[in-house]
Ligand binder design. Structure first.
Ligand SMILES: *Cc1c(COP(=O)(O)O)cnc(C)c1O
Length: 368
């Protein structure tokens, strides 16, 4: 048996007819940028998240960069301000801060959830701290109830990085509807994936929404009138049409992911494997199923020879990347131990029970 990590062909094949019809609708319309598909997708995704506004942009990184840029234009942030960010995040989160001339302050994640915790946030908040980026890593939402209560008390802005967590919720409130703004990615491999690049920002704030709509389109509210030095970061009609089709099936894909995760958690019993935290089911949409193993190389080579693909998210933390030479001397022992030992198992909503059981069996048969 051969088990892919994530088979995008079979993911999208399920909607083959609908995707091609939606594509044809756009081709035939003669309208390819900022039209009915984007408008409708923005309304549909906002309503799915339970939030007031959704602003489509070109990708998830732009969603984060433009939100911080908008807060600067609104006078809420300025260059040199500090933003707390989990040290173990994907580099896009950190790039969004440095791109805007602000300072990332890395904090260690919680040892069990791998997400930022209120304890660490409190420990690192000082007079220069102006915002927090809460990254819902691997599909698990951060403790947003506690984080928002603290941030609102201290006057800190909270940006959710929801790129991996479409639909993860606490008390029925979804990612994208907790922070002052939230960035989403619709990269093809994300839980809601376009057939190319796409992203969005969600917010309940009307002023921020207005600035973002202008920023993504050359800083213009009205054709040929530019009030900001904006960028071109638009979610095009074809991708919006693809996303509208796939949004209809996102909840059932999440259920499939949760079912796979449950099976992995209840049936993997090899003591070399440390399973991910799974205390409250609705809190994770299992973008990734990340285990910790010592001897990761031996273990992943073994699975690979059994036909099972795995990946590492991520092998090098941002502060150890060449791109961030200025932070290379920092030490975050927990983050570094996570990067040294994590391994992502196949997680694909189209996996059959037989495939999931094969992965479990091979893992349980592994001996050092
Ligand atoms: C994918 C991802 C992004 C960036 O999204 P793109 O659409 O690839 O630009 C940002 N943050 C996290 C945590 C991600 O996983």
């Amino acid at each position: 048996m051969k088990i892919n990590f994530l088979d995008l062909q079979s993911v999208n094949n399920r909607y083959d007819k609908e995707l091609k019809e939606a594509c044809a609708r756009v081709v035939d319309s003669g309208w390819y940028i900022a039209g009915n598909e984007l408008n409708s997708f923005e309304k549909e995704f906002a309503s799915w998240c339970g939030v007031k506004h959704c602003i489509g942009v070109a990708n998830g990184l732009d969603a984060l960069i433009l939100t911080i840029r908008a807060w600067k234009l609104l006078g809420l942030l300025k260059e040199g301000d500090e933003i707390l960010v989990p040290a173990n995040t994907y580099i896009a989160t950190v790039l969004a801060i440095s791109e805007n001339g602000l300072k990332p302050v890395f904090i260690e994640p919680d040892v069990n959830t791998f997400n930022i915790s209120l304890d660490q946030i409190k420990k690192h908040t000082n007079s220069k701290t102006k915002a927090i980026i809460a990254v819902h890593l691997y599909g698990r939402i951060c403790p947003m109830d506690e984080i928002m209560a603290y941030a609102n008390e201290k006057g800190l802005l909270v940006l959710e990085d929801s790129a991996q967590a479409h639909g993860a919720s606490i008390n029925g409130i979804r990612a994208g509807n907790w922070g002052h703004a939230s960035g989403f990615s619709f990269y093809p491999g994300k839980n809601l994936g376009a057939l190319g690049d796409a992203g969005a920002i969600t917010t309940n704030n009307d002023e921020l929404e207005q600035v973002l709509r202008a920023l993504r389109n050359y800083g213009s509210h009205k054709k040929y009138e530019n009030i900001y030095k904006g960028v071109n970061s638009r979610l095009d009609e074809i991708q919006a049409a693809m996303l509208r089709v796939k949004l209809n099936y996102l909840d059932s894909d999440t259920t499939a992911r949760q079912r796979i995760a449950k099976k992995y958690i209840s049936q993997i019993n090899n003591p070399v494997v440390q399973l991910p935290c799974n205390d409250i089911e609705e809190q994770s949409v299992w973008h990734l199923f990340v285990i910790k193993v010592k001897n990761r190389k031996v273990f992943s080579d073994y699975l690979s020879s059994a036909g099972i693909s795995t990946l590492i998210h991520y092998p090098i933390p941002p502060h150890k990347q060449k791109a961030y030479a200025e932070y290379n001397h920092y030490n975050f022992p927990l983050t570094e131990s996570i990067h040294d030992s994590v391994l992502s198992l196949p997680m694909d909503p189209t996996m059959t029970n037989e495939q999931v059981e094969f992965v479990i069996q091979k893992i349980n048969e592994f001996k050092l």
